[in-house]
Design a binder for this molecule. Structure first.
Ligand code: SF4
Ligand code: SF4
Length: 611
């Protein structure tokens, strides 16, 4: 059986719950700039004092790290938003002073930040402090000329700009693949040079920041045998923990990256704890849930508590422009208050909804209008977003609020968008796609909303189930997978071609299919028969044949699909799929089974089944 990945909600809690307890145990006080402890919190840290972690060389590092890519400008915006504006050095000094005074000792910059002005501004601010009060982190940028000469110049300039004679954490910036590593850092001899600099003590810790997929990450981790990474910077937050790959196939879930690093005892620096600020601006419903639990805590503080919870996290980097953000983040980690299992369950729920029912980033500009088929595109998106904001997407059918939410969505939909202008009338003509400045795939979103509305209408919208099915299909699309199955919260992925994985699962006689939620790219008679025989509960697919759809519905399997076709084509697109063809006149799953057995036996014996 070619299954390879298993993720579960239980595991979310298990991994994080255990990790949090351990984190509390390893958190320590004792940096040179800390004030004496007055009292101890439940986590073992001193009340009102920054939480610290320890790197591989015994250095205490503040859990909050200051990311210097968003330094304030004189115009009030950050240097990232207003690229031409002059940085506000006085305000930067005030921010750095406050941070150091409150126990922050790690400052992370790069020659690329703020149009090349961040390192110099940070150097000026830090030069007013004793070198023992701060740790500095910078990078050999991946966004620059990769010749050795230019790389050496960049490296030397960092020392000048930062006004230091050693760098505490030096990173190869933004690597995601073997090819990038090779061409930017290995072929020009820079990596060997930097290893030598580490030996000479001018670099205290050498690592890299990662942006990429599993293949790239595994390759870079394997290099640990040679280069002995002192730390690695990853993207990590409570949505990316389980949903990063499903939302973007070029990303990797931080559950995987963090766990692999923890196994190797490699300290972890965190970037994007707020997912580009989005986790500080959750929809009204999610915000209300968090406020209900802790009225005085900011929404951002929840994301920071999650990001800092695991024991191998050395520091969480946050790009802070404004004093109030710095103050709030300092408060969150002074000290870190561990998340309870209930807190983690709530964050997992919010992450599921965030990833499975994403808001459509429509700003109702109307550029896509008129739709030649009469759809009220912005009206549909507005209603959907409003309902998400108001929490009219309830995960659990048994939740007493479910009926109310269902009614609110459907009644409101009919009121705000006339029936003839609703999502069900989209024929995917794609006329609107190039018009949208937000680059929304409008027809795809229309079909997603229509599926949601249809399920609500038949009163069968188990939204928790729909959320899982949507995320399974995303996972299927993100990887080169044949199907993805969720059973009792455990998700397993499969890679064999055609129906072979379903066949093996059914032949094994196990109960993997019983009550399962399945995502499969294409479903013909064979797959449908096995799903019915195995007791699958619901399936989500891109393409399904009409006979397969009937077979599943007759067998009591709930079906979500994008396209219905008369029959399934073979791989060469020269005619009908050979299994579909052998099952041509059969409608009962039990009658199909011996035919499927013979088909798989032929396939595995090397018989040309296309004949
Ligand atoms: S793709 Fe759908 S929404 Fe867009 S113009 Fe065509 S019918 Fe209208
Ligand atoms: S063009 Fe895009 S952003 Fe503007 S109304 Fe249409 S869907 Fe919304």
């Amino acid at each position: 059986m070619a299954n390879d990945v298993t993720i579960s909600r239980r595991q979310f809690l298990k991994t994080l719950g255990g990790g949090i307890a351990a984190a509390a145990a390893v958190s320590a006080c004792g940096s040179g700039n800390q004030k004496s402890a007055a009292s101890k919190s439940a986590s073992g840290d001193s009340e009102g004092q920054m939480t610290y972690r320890t790197d591989l060389h015994g250095q205490q590092v503040s859990l909050l790290g200051y990311g210097c890519m968003r330094f304030p400008t004189k115009g009030g915006l950050s240097g990232r938003e207003d690229r031409n504006a002059e940085l506000d050095q006085e305000q930067i000094n005030r921010l750095i002073d406050y941070a150091i005074e409150h126990g922050v000792n790690l400052f992370d910059t790069s020659p690329a930040y703020c149009q090349g002005k961040s390192e110099g501004a940070l150097g000026k601010a830090l030069s007013r402090h004793n070198r023992s009060e701060f740790l500095v982190s910078t990078k050999l940028s991946n966004f620059a000329n990769s010749t050795r000469e230019s790389s050496m110049a960049m490296y030397k300039k960092s020392f000048q700009e930062l006004q230091v004679d050693y760098i505490d954490y030096y990173l190869l910036h933004g690597i995601g693949s073997k090819q990038q590593m090779q061409s930017r850092y290995v072929d020009n001899g820079m990596l060997d040079f930097l290893v030598g600099e580490r030996e000479a003590g001018r670099i205290r810790n050498l690592g890299f920041s990662f942006h990429g997929d599993k293949e790239g990450f595994d390759y870079l981790l394997a290099l640990n045998e040679t280069y002995h990474w002192d730390f690695i910077l990853i993207q990590h937050n409570f949505v990316d923990w389980n949903h990063a790959a499903a939302m973007n196939s070029r990303n990797l879930n931080s559950e995987y990256t963090y766990t692999e690093l923890e196994k190797r005892n490699i300290p972890v620096l965190v970037m994007e704890p707020l997912l580009g600020g989005r986790l500080a601006n959750l929809n009204d419903h999610a915000t209300a849930l968090l406020k209900q639990r802790e009225p005085d805590a900011s929404v951002a503080s929840w994301a920071f508590r999650f990001a800092g919870s695991q024991p191998r996290i050395l520091s969480v980097l946050s790009g802070m422009t404004y004093m109030e953000h710095l103050q709030d983040n300092v408060k969150t980690y002074s000290p870190l208050k561990p998340l309870s299992d209930d807190d983690l369950r709530l964050l997992a729920h919010i992450a599921d909804i965030y990833a499975s029912f994403p808001m459509v980033p429509c700003n109702t500009c109307q550029y896509c209008m008129p739709c030649p088929y009469g759809l009220d595109i912005p009206g549909i998106f507005s209603h959907y977003n409003k309902c998400l904001n108001e929490g009219n997407v309830i995960e659990d059918l048994k939740n007493p609020e479910y009926k109310k939410a269902r009614k609110a969505f459907l009644v409101g939909y009919d009121r705000s968008v006339p029936r003839l202008r609703q999502a069900s009338h989209c024929i995917s003509c794609n006329h609107c796609i190039p018009e949208c400045p937000q680059r929304i795939n409008i027809p795809q979103e229309m079909h997603r909303i229509d599926r949601f509305v249809e399920a609500l209408k038949i009163g069968d919208a188990d939204l928790g189930e729909m959320a899982v099915l949507a995320s399974l299909l995303k996972q299927l699309d993100a990887g080169r997978l044949s199907c993805v199955i969720s059973n009792n919260g455990e998700v397993t992925t499969y890679r064999q071609s055609g129906v072979q994985d379903l066949y093996d699962l059914l032949s094994d006689g196990g109960d993997k299919l019983k009550g399962a939620l399945v995502a499969d790219k294409i479903i013909g008679r064979g797959a449908a028969a096995m799903m019915v025989l195995g007791g699958v509960k619901a399936v989500n697919t891109h393409t399904i044949s009409t006979p397969a759809l009937q077979m599943l519905r007759n067998g009591g399997v709930k079906v979500y699909f994008d396209t219905e076709v008369d029959y399934i084509e073979n791989r060469r697109k020269t005619g009908q799929c050979p299994l579909d063809s052998r099952l041509q006149n059969l409608t009962a799953p039990k009658e199909c089974w011996p035919v499927i057995q013979q088909f798989v036996a032929d396939l595995r014996a090397g018989v040309d089944v296309m004949q």
